[in-house]
Design a protein around this ligand. Structure first.
Ligand code: ADP
Length: 634
């Protein structure tokens, strides 16, 4: 079989350059990554053997081996796990499949300094490639379980790699690093040193459930151990008592299950006793992964039965809105051989899901009470996902509302809960007001906000796409309706005020003719024209009926491929605005209203623009405005 040479995918090449020039300061973690991959490969083999009787493999002594050769300056990590086929090696090792890679590299280009780049690597984790932090050449020999021939992969990390078929490869994978010389300045330790390797394994991989053995060196260091030494305790962290395990150990387990290189924000332990016993160790990550809102986001916890992994990403253990939570559940009495489909239905699994959900929410609540900064960081990263629970999980709606916080006009930088909003409500205010849109700035500048600002009425500023959905589903909080400032009629001060009501009445009469006429002229675009109570500065705005879809929701449905008819909106005029007053006067005085038709069109265009929308025919709109401006100069 000839040796074939391939080029790395562009992204992979860029990443490798980073690894080789090593901006990541803690180089020891390369071993954690290789051991983590080996452990995953052993898990996969065991699970495959369990499900597929025809797979003829020996699973009696699954283990990881580390072999050091100080003379040749090599370090080998070997496992007798699932292995990879020829094609898999090319696909898995030659490319970076991580769906966040594109985003990663974009940010990387923008990160000017080494510290920024280091943070980014930590954020994405680079698994296998991290070997190039300490090695100038890597070789991988692998044979997939059930296949006859093996594959040898080799690279110096410089743009190409070679693939070759080999006949005598043992089943599993061996990764050999040709180590760079130790170098104090670059924090490169001597990775052929036995004690250094022992220390690294103990620190990062102690909990790995498979034995990690150090292959004895022939005649090395005088301590002639004929038997390989097992370096890790293999003790499941969740089965050990709380005070026996350090935070660092928990964090390493998190990194193993999540492939995140950074510490988690919070560790949550749960021990359920009684007739159905289980332990859970859950982690809230510190940062939302880039693909959290994509369809192929891999969610789920590891499910163990009595210390034995039976499923790697069990989705049934948590509701979709907690999909960012990582961790492990170990149950006492579950069948070892259950399918995903059956698990979804399983009574015990549902029970666990309910309990874990409550536990996560109560932990967030505690965090909010005891460590506001941590809570703020958490909510910034995951608030948008948790809000999906407000319509997806009515049973926990109250618990979610208790921890949910929102930006508001009350404060520039501090978010508010609904409870706090209600406590600040003005006398006579019956509703909780909110506005949805793209950004805080666009909302604050929206004409819909004018009357609220003028009267000092607080408005929640909701800028996540999911906000449109949950406000409808939740509807009210403590008997106060959630109301959009851009929907329906708003009466901030007329209620119960007879004088104001009489005033309003009089105005309506004075404008009745104009409003009716405008409605006819703009019939294609709006379903009604009326006087506004929400404007103080702008001449006009468009609003939706209380139960209509907003333009943002319409767009969202369309983006999801659904057909949605465009809902006509309502044009509201500010009777106190000079432009509107003059328009009314002109309407009453003129016989020929041709020019006013144009004014009506412009007024509607302005209202649409003011809320961040686009006039129906932008080019025509611009032409009309330009003509008017020109006339003004004569
Ligand atoms: P990650 O582990 O984060 O997916 P890596 O670059 O470390 O990324 O590995 C890429 C893929 O290569 C793994 O997902 C796995 O499928 C495969 N792989 C890596 N190491 C091994 C191994 N020791 N045995 C079998 N497959 C492996």
């Amino acid at each position: 079989m000839p040796t074939e040479t391939f080029e790395f995918q562009v992204e992979a090449r860029q990443l490798l350059q980073l690894m080789i020039h090593s901006v990541y300061s803690n180089k020891d973690v390369f071993l954690r990554e290789l051991v983590s991959n080996a452990s995953d490969a052993l898990d996969k083999l065991r699970l495959d053997a369990l499900r597929d009787d025809s797979l003829d493999v020996d699973t009696s002594d699954l283990h990881i081996e580390i072999e050091l050769d100080p003379d040749a300056r090599t370090l080998t990590v070997r496992d007798n796990g699932i292995g990879m086929s020829y094609d898999e090696v090319g696909n898995l090792i030659g490319t970076i499949a991580n769906s966040g890679t594109a985003a990663f590299l974009k940010e990387l280009k923008e990160a000017q300094d080494a510290a920024g780049a280091e943070g980014l690597i930590g954020q994405f984790g680079v698994g296998f490639y991290s070997g190039f932090m300490v090695a100038d050449e890597m070789t991988l020999v692998t044979r997939r379980a059930g296949e006859a021939a093996g594959t040898r992969w080799s690279s110096r990390g410089e743009g190409t790699y070679t693939l070759e078929r080999v006949d005598d490869a043992p089943q599993g994978t061996a990764v050999t690093l040709h180590l760079k010389p130790a170098d104090a300045e670059n924090q490169l330790h001597d990775y052929t040193s036995t004690w250094k390797i022992k220390e690294i394994v103990k620190r990062y991989s102690d909990f790995i459930t498979w034995p990690i053995r150090l292959v004895p060196q022939p005649g090395g260091d005088g301590e002639d151990t004929p038997e390989p030494e097992t370096l890790n305790s293999m003790k499941a962290l969740w089965a050990r008592s709380r005070d026996e395990v350090s935070d660092d150990e928990y964090h390493e387990l998190y990194k193993h299950v999540s492939h995140d290189w950074r510490d988690p924000l919070e560790t949550i332990r749960l021990q359920a006793e009684g007739t159905f016993e289980y332990q859970a160790l859950l982690f809230l990550p510190a940062h939302a992964p880039h693909d959290l809102f994509t369809r192929d986001f891999r969610r789920g916890l590891q499910l163990y039965v009595k210390r034995v992994l039976i499923m790697d990403d069990c989705e049934a253990l948590l509701p979709p809105y907690l999909r960012f939570v990582k961790g492990v559940v170990d149950a006492q009495d579950l069948s070892l051989n259950v399918s995903r489909e059956i698990l979804q239905q399983d009574r015990h699994i549902r029970m666990i899901q309910r309990r874990l959900t409550k536990k996560v929410l109560s932990s967030v609540k505690e965090m909010k009470a005891n460590d506001p900064d941590k809570y703020t960081a958490f909510w910034r990263e995951f608030g948008a996902v948790l809000k999906e629970g407000l319509f997806g999980d009515p049973d926990n709606r109250d618990a979610l509302l208790a921890v949910a916080s929102f930006a508001s006009t009350h404060s520039e930088d501090e978010a508010t809960t609904l409870q706090q909003y209600v406590e600040r409500m003005k006398d006579g205010q019956n509703d909780i007001y909110y506005m949805t849109g793209e950004s805080r700035q666009s909302l604050e500048n929206s004409p819909h906000m004018e009357a609220f600002r003028a009267r000092g009425v607080e408005v929640l500023l909701l800028t996540d796409p999911v906000d449109e959905v949950w406000v409808d589903a939740v509807g009210e909080f403590e008997g106060k309706a959630l109301r959009s400032v851009a929907k329906g009629e708003i009466d901030l001060d007329v209620q119960g005020d007879e004088k104001a009501e009489a005033e309003r009445e009089k105005q309506s009469e004075a404008y009745a003719g104009l409003l009716g006429w405008l409605k006819e002229q703009l019939a294609e675009d709006v379903k009604d024209v009326r006087l506004s109570t929400r404007l103080t500065v702008s001449p006009a705005c468009v609003v939706s009926d209380a139960h209509d879809l907003t333009p943002a929701l319409e767009n969202m449905y369309r983006a999801m491929g659904q057909e949605v008819p465009t809902t006509k909106r309502i044009l509201e005029l500010n009777a106190a605005h000079p432009l509107v007053e003059s328009l009314n006067q002109a309407y009453q005085e003129r016989e020929d209203r041709t020019e006013l038709v144009e004014t009506a069109e412009l007024l509607h265009g302005l209202a649409v623009l003011a809320e961040g929308g686009q006039p129906k025919e932008p080019a025509r709109f611009v032409k009309l405005v330009a003509e008017r401006l020109e006339r003004g100069l004569h």
